[in-house]
Ligand binder design. Structure first.
Ligand code: GLU
Length: 486
C-alpha cells in the first residue's frame, strides 16, 4: 500500500507572508490535494528571538484569503499535534538523547569563543573552516561530570566517515555530496530548544509527512538530515526543493524592497485569487497554454515533474494583466463589493456607484487604479483648455465652443435622462451639424471630466452625472472657452 500523501507548510512567524513562502505553501497544498492527501500547517517558532506579535494570525489570514485550507493545524488540531513547535519542546530532547546513545550525536560544551578561536586559526592558515569538536573525545565520565556540574551544553550531530552520500530530489534529481564536508550541526541548543535542522526531521517524521517541499537553500543540509533519518531507521521523505523567486536575474524578492509579501500586493490592489493563480506559474509550467486557473483546476493539473530548477522571476506586469482578467471575469455582485470601498473613498458625490463600477470594469487592472480614474466625478478642477485640441477628433477650442453650445441646448431639452436618451441626443448632433462624432463627443467628455483619459465616454459620464451637473459643467466650459477665445 502506498503511503498517504501528507505535506506540511511550516512557516516561521515573521509577521508577513513572503511570496516565495506562499508559493511553497501552494505547491505543498497542490501536491497533497492532487492525490487526495492531507495538507498540514505547522508553526516553526523555535527561534524565540525572532518572535513577532500577531504573526501567526497573518499566516492564518493569508492562507484563508487564497483558499489554501489546511486539514490539520494549531487552530483546528488533528491526530499529530501539537502543531506549534514551541509546544512540542518536551519531545525533542528525548529524541536528541537517543541519538547520543547510538553515537549519532554528542554533547558539546564548547563556548562561542572556543569555536571562534578555531575559525580564526583556520583563517590565518588560509584553510576552509570546519569546526573540529574536542568534546567528541571526552570520556563518558568527563561528560557526566560536566553535566552534573550544570555546565551549559548543546547537542551536536556526530558525522563520522560518511564518504559519498546521495539522495534523489523530485526537482533537482540525483544529488551527491561529499560527506566529509558536512558540518556537525547543533541539534539542540543550550536553552533546550531544537534548531530548525533537528526539529524539522522529528516533526516531519512524527507527523507522517510524505513530501517535504521547501526552498532550495535547504538542499545542502538535506544529506545531514538524511543521516539522522537513517540513524533512527526512519524512511526518508520525498524531497521537493524549489528554486527561489527573484525580483530580477540577480536579486531575490526581499522584504526590504517592499515588494515581497502577499500583504504588499493586496495593499497595492491585487486580488488574492489572481495572486495565487500567478504564483502557481512561478517556477511551474502548466501542461497547456492555459494560464488562468482556479484552485480546483490547479489541483487537477498540478504535476511536480513540471516544477523548474531555475529561479523564477516575479513579473509584476504579468500579475497586473492577470488581475485585470480576474476583475473582468467576476460576477456583477462580487465585482461591485470588491471595488466598492475604493469607489466610496474616491467619490463623495450623489452618484450611483454601481454605474461607475460598470464603466471602469473593462479599464482597470489593479484596484488602486480606481481612485485616480474616477476622481473627476466629484470635481473637474482647472484643466488646460488646450485639451480641447485633438487632431484625430478634429477638435479645436473654437470648434469645441460651437459644439458645446449646441450640446447644451439639446441636453437642456431632454427630460427623460437615460443612457439611451443621452446617447440618441448626443449622436444626433454631429449629423445635424455636419461634423464627425469626435468633434462633438471629445469636447463633451473633456467638459464633463477635465481629463484626457476617462473610463467611459461622454455619453456614459453624462448619464451618470445627471442632467443638472452635466449642464453645469458644460456651462463652465463654455464660459471658460469664451473668455479664452475673446
Ligand atoms: N520554517 C522554515 C522556513 O520558514 C520551513 C522550511 C521547511 O519548510 O522545512 O524557512
Amino acid at each position: 500500500m502506498t503511503k498517504k500523501v501528507r505535506t506540511r507548510f511550516a512557516p516561521s512567524p515573521t509577521g508577513y507572508m513572503h511570496i516565495g513562502n506562499l508559493r511553497t505553501a501552494l505547491f505543498e497544498y497542490l501536491i497533497a490535494k492532487h492525490e487526495n492527501g492531507d495538507f498540514l500547517l505547522r508553526i516553526e517558532d523555535t527561534d524565540q528571538g525572532r518572535k513577532v506579535e500577531g504573526a501567526v494570525d497573518i499566516i492564518y489570514k493569508t492562507l484563508k484569503d487564497v483558499g489554501l485550507n489546511w486539514d490539520e493545524g494549531p487552530d483546528i488540531g488533528g491526530d499529530y499535534g501539537p502543531y506549534v513547535q514551541s509546544e512540542r519542546l518536551g519531545m525533542y530532547k528525548g529524541y536528541a538523547e537517543e541519538l547520543v546513545k547510538t553515537g549519532h550525536a554528542h554533547y558539546c560544551f564548547c563556548s562561542e569563543e572556543d569555536i571562534e578561536a578555531q575559525r580564526k586559526e583556520a583563517e590565518s592558515l588560509g584553510i576552509s573552516f570546519k569546526f573540529q569538536d574536542p568534546c567528541k573525545h571526552l570520556s563518558q565520565e568527563e561528560i557526566q561530570a560536566k553535566l552534573d556540574a550544570g555546565e551549559p551544553y548543546v547537542i551536536r550531530q556526530t558525522i563520522a566517515n560518511v564518504g559519498e552520500t546521495s539522495f534523489d530530489d523530485e526537482v533537482y534529481g540525483h544529488i551527491e555530496f561529499d560527506g566529509d564536508l558536512l558540518d556537525e550541526q547543533i541539534l539542540l541548543k543550550s536553552d533546550g530548544f531544537p534548531t530548525y535542522n533537528f526539529a524539522n526531521i522529528i516533526d516531519d517524521h512524527t507527523m507522517n509527512i510524505s513530501h517535504v517541499v521547501r526552498g532550495n537553500e535547504y538542499l545542502s543540509s538535506t544529506p545531514k538530515y538524511n543521516l539522522i533519518y537513517d540513524a533512527y531507521g526512519w524512511d526518508r521523505p520525498t524531497y521537493v526543493h524549489v528554486p527561489p523567486v527573484m525580483k530580477d536575474e540577480h536579486q531575490k524578492l526581499s522584504k526590504r524592497n517592499g515588494d515581497a509579501s502577499f500583504q504588499d500586493l493586496v495593499a497595492k490592489g491585487y486580488l488574492p485569487a489572481a495572486i495565487i493563480n500567478y504564483i502557481a506559474l512561478l517556477g511551474w509550467a502548466p501542461p497547456t497554454e492555459q494560464e488562468i486557473y482556479s484552485l480546483p483546476e490547479l489541483i487537477e493539473v498540478f504535476d511536480v515533474k513540471r516544477i523548474s530548477k531555475s529561479p523564477a522571476i516575479f513579473d509584476i506586469d504579468k500579475l497586473t494583466w492577470m488581475n485585470g482578467i480576474y476583475l473582468r471575469n467576476m460576477d456583477e455582485d462580487t465585482y461591485f463589493e470588491t471595488v466598492r470601498p475604493y469607489l466610496e473613498r474616491a467619490v463623495k458625490g450623489p452618484y450611483d456607484l454601481r454605474k461607475i463600477a460598470k464603466i471602469i470594469q473593462p479599464r482597470i487592472d489593479v484596484l488602486t487604479q480606481i481612485e485616480e480614474s474616477v476622481d473627476f466625478f466629484d470635481k473637474t478642477g482647472d484643466y488646460d483648455l488646450e485639451m480641447y485640441r485633438h487632431k484625430k477628433m478634429k477638435s479645436t477650442p473654437e470648434s469645441a465652443l460651437t459644439a458645446l453650445k449646441a450640446v447644451r441646448t439639446a441636453l437642456e431639452n431632454l427630460d427623460n435622462w437615460t443612457e439611451e436618451s443621452v446617447h440618441e441626443t448626443l449622436l444626433a448632433l454631429p449629423k445635424e451639424l455636419g461634423v464627425k462624432n469626435g468633434v462633438v463627443l471629445w469636447p463633451v467628455r473633456t467638459a464633463l471630466s477635465g481629463k484626457q483619459f476617462t473610463p467611459g465616454g461622454a455619453i456614459e459620464i453624462a448619464w451618470i452625472l445627471g442632467k443638472d451637473e452635466s449642464l453645469r459643467r458644460i456651462d463652465t466650459a463654455i464660459a471658460r472657452l469664451e473668455e479664452a477665445l475673446a
